[in-house]
Design a protein around this ligand. Sequence first.
Ligand code: 5AD
Ligand code: SF4
Length: 467
Amino acid sequence: MKKEELKLVSEQIIELKNKNEHFFIMNGRRKTYHILTYGCQMNEHDSEKIAGMLTSIGYEETYDDKNADLVIFNTCLIRENAELKVFGKLGEVKGLKRNKPDMLVAVCGCMMQKKEIREKLLKSFSFVDIIFGTNTIHELPGLIYNVEINNKKSVDIIDNTELIYENMPKNRKFKFKALVNITYGCNNFCTYCVVPYVRGREKSREPIEIINEVKALAQDGCKEITLLGQNVNSYGSNLENKFTFAQLLYELNKIDGIERIRFMTSHPKDLSDDLIKAIKECDKVCNHVHLPVQAGSNDVLRRMNRKYTKEHYLEIVDKLKTAIPDIAITTDIIVGFPGETEEDFLETIDIVKKVQYDSAFTFLYSLREGTKAAVMDNQIPDEVKHERFNKLLDVLYEIVLNKNEQCIGKVFPVLVESLSKTENTLTGRTEHFRLVHFNGSEDLIGKIVNVKITNVKTFHMEGITVD
Ligand code: 5AD
Ligand code: SF4
């Protein structure tokens, strides 16, 4: 895999830095940026890189989007509502920019990888100054330079680049937990999904790059890492020197200071026995697998191009539960895929009951132009989708609540993440990814503490700290 070390020393960068320094001296404040992030953890992490690039040229973050000097939309295309949200918010910013013409507006992320959407943006949202893609984050200083110094609108997209940019600066949101890319892109072409079209083919980072990043994070006080890939299970298959995801886990498990290793997402078709063994044997790897099932009917699964059957999926779940009895299994489910019959839907309900998920993300099928499912016959009417969706939630919530109830009276180590806004309590997660609220002082944030569960709801549990 080709890679390139990012060098932040170009003349443009130096000139921009000087200009921003001058702005600071003249105005007594730094230029500010605000990033609106839509979509998944991959985008969240990309935003940390965008923030890192901006800091390196003298910008400072602000939470006040109305007064920022630079507003960046990091967009998502996975479902129609993500796309609509971006267009709605862009409309608001248009008004802001009228009163504040110096404000720069940039749009990046998955939506910008689609030519038709870029064209729509250039035509109907002509106030946008900068457009860049998921593969051109490293170009951002040059794009800002183009607008600020050359007074030109900047568009820079590369489709399906083979390059992986290492050493990009990152402003990580948390010190104690971090997202770490291990693969980019996807080769699976599930028929409903735009990701392979916008994020390109799967590319794995070299193991040494990942190991070095995690060692540096550990030295910096990070306790939990989440390894990110559209399908982490196929990590390494395209590296010159083959290296498996299981091998990677064993290596990362050796790093002092790291206490928890998570990963997302696992495609069931590639979940190997070696990986199950690694999860069991590596003490830092959390006993939690996010294993998207998408549907329960074999016919729907085949038309989704998921490459497993319901029986195969249940076999994997069985292996996981046998090897690691306290494993938590979470999932993604799509309701209303084209041609889904009532019987097909009941197969989804059946698999949910059989697996007894610890939690699930549920989605209404959303037609995405350019995918194979978009042109399939028998698109399901919205009312039917909603009806099935609500039925699914009823079944799921009962299971999830029941699973949470089994935790009452037990003690779990919880990584304390933040102060919960609503109830003024601390909030954190167990190894199994369950959210826990409990009383305690703010200085516990970033620490792992033992919490005894006293009460549970569907979406969180409550507890008290114990020694
Ligand atoms: N419609 C609804 N849900 C989708 N997902 C991906 N594409 C679509 C779509 N077109 C869901 C899948 C995937 C999750 C990240 O998003 O469940 O696992
Ligand atoms: Fe989309 Fe399927 Fe790839 Fe996941 S595995 S990103 S659902 S194509």
